[in-house]
Design a protein around this ligand. Structure first.
Ligand code: SF4
Length: 361
């Protein structure tokens, strides 16, 4: 396979064939670096050597009535996960302060549940207003199912992005969740767009899906024209229905990242949950394909120490893209590539290590 030809096709705006997409997912081990190198051309064209850092807060944990098979926050899971109601505004602001300290571009406020109550929506909107007035952070909210009016409340408060993952292909969806549908998720993304917000949607890989279903997911996200694609690799948490499922290798994870880059060449491709668990020592190679990562902890699992991630970026010559320094209430979407200034340097990495309290220690 001529991997550089696939890169040229992607750069020329041509969608790769299904056959080529299959070849990407079953790349021979001895050709994997050639594939990564081809994808790096595409990544560099659209995103240079910038890496967007996203920090999340689990603002409401557990007690969810839905039955997503991968999720430890479902009431059906016997996972012992923390359970707490929506955090106070002070806690959400403190999370924003910590996001600033690790040079995050985007602060992601995530709540468990099928959909937010109007009280929860107003509470998060109020916190978003205050964060936007205080810190130069972009804000993404992940609130479950939303209609257009609900999305607009967050948009008017200053949130610019809503995350709602498709998680897997339409064909596979019924295997991982029965309490809501794939269409429910697509409808929420439609509402987000109608409200004038930036849609963020990705998947969880390693849930027993076939390669064809992975390709379907990549193509669906392209068709939906989402701006940002977080790719999680399943951490099989004991006590969840997918607790024993281990199908991924570090090489397969890299091949999956390559597929999503080639199918969605200009989009923000984020290595999300499971990065440390599945990519392991190949994590730096992932940066040559993806242009975005989470920094700090995930919703219910620990992430890498932030200073170590910043050191990884610096060692590989990447720079963290940061949101504009001045806080503003005026919406200025800067998710387009190339607009954000960057920082790098060991002194800042060391400063981050000193600034963070709690979390990963
Ligand atoms: S809706 Fe969200 S919080 Fe609830 S079980 Fe599914 S993934 Fe977990």
């Amino acid at each position: 396979m001529q991997w550089q030809e696939l890169a040229e096709q992607a750069l020329g705006g041509k969608l790769i064939s299904r056959e080529d997409a299959s070849a990407v997912l079953s790349v021979p081990e001895e050709e994997l670096l050639d594939l990564v190198s081809a994808c790096y051309r595409v990544r560099r064209h659209y995103h240079g050597k910038r890496v967007k850092l996203n920090m999340l807060i689990n603002a409401k944990s557990g007690l969810c009535p839905e039955d997503c098979g991968y999720c430890s926050q479902s009431v059906l899971a016997q996972s012992g996960v923390d359970r707490y109601p929506l955090q106070s505004k002070e806690t959400l602001l403190e999370g924003a302060r910590q996001a600033m300290a690790v040079k995050a571009h985007t602060y992601c406020i995530v709540i468990s549940g099928r959909r937010p109550s109007s009280r929860e929506l107003e509470h998060v909107a109020s916190a978003v207003r205050e964060i936007r007035a205080t810190y130069p952070l972009r804000i993404c909210c992940c609130m479950g199912l939303l209609n257009e009016d609900e999305a607009r409340i967050l948009q008017e408060a200053g949130a610019e992005r809503i995350n709602h993952n498709l998680n897997t292909s339409e064909e596979h969806y019924g295997e991982i969740c029965t309490t809501h549908t794939y269409k429910d998720r697509v409808d929420t993304l439609g509402a987000v767009k109608k409200a004038g917000m930036s849609p963020c949607s990705g998947g969880i890989l390693g849930m027993g899906e076939t390669d064809d279903q992975i390709i379907d997911l990549a193509l669906s996200l392209r068709a939906l024209d989402v701006d940002s694609i977080p790719l999680n690799f399943l951490i099989p948490i004991a006590g969840t229905p997918l607790g024993g499922v281990e199908t991924l290798t570090p090489q397969k994870c890299l091949a999956i990242l390559c597929l999503f880059r080639l199918v969605n060449p200009s989009k923000e491709i984020r290595i999300a949950g499971g990065r440390e668990y599945h990519l392991r020592s190949l994590q730096p190679l992932g940066l040559y394909v993806a242009d975005s990562i989470f920094i700090g902890d995930y919703l219910t699992t620990r992430g890498e120490v932030p200073a170590a991630d910043l050191q990884m970026l610096e060692d590989a010559g990447f720079v963290a893209a940061t949101a504009p320094r001045e806080p503003t209430r005026k919406l200025q979407p800067d998710y387009a590539p190339g607009l954000a200034p960057a920082f790098s340097g060991s002194a800042e990495v060391a400063a981050v290590a000193e600034t963070i309290v709690g979390g990963n220690q």
